[in-house]
Write a protein of this length. Structure first.
Length: 87
């Protein structure tokens, strides 16, 4: 346990931040799963879903929820899968 008031405050802040980040990462993973499901179904709104997911990945990378290169890798794999589903 931390000693001192400021250390306790830091602990509280870190716990709150951790919960917020966990929720955001979870939502991001759900969004990626939705995009993959849209690719599997080859649905009509596929392009919109991919665009929306790409934007959320970029925002997550900007906020350091995930690494920027990981976001690029996921976006690339989604785009490649969507292109293969279209043909």
């Amino acid at each position: 346990m931390p000693q001192g008031r400021s250390k306790h405050k830091t602990l509280r802040k870190n716990e709150a931040k951790r919960e917020k980040n966990r929720a955001a990462r979870s939502a991001l993973r759900t969004e990626i799963k939705k995009a993959k499901a849209a690719i599997e179904e080859n649905s009509e709104g596929l392009a919109d879903q991919i665009r929306e997911t790409s934007g959320k990945l970029d925002r997550a990378a900007q906020k350091n929820l995930i690494h920027r290169k990981k976001a690029a890798r996921i976006k690339s794999s989604l785009a490649k899968a969507a292109a293969n589903a279209g043909s």
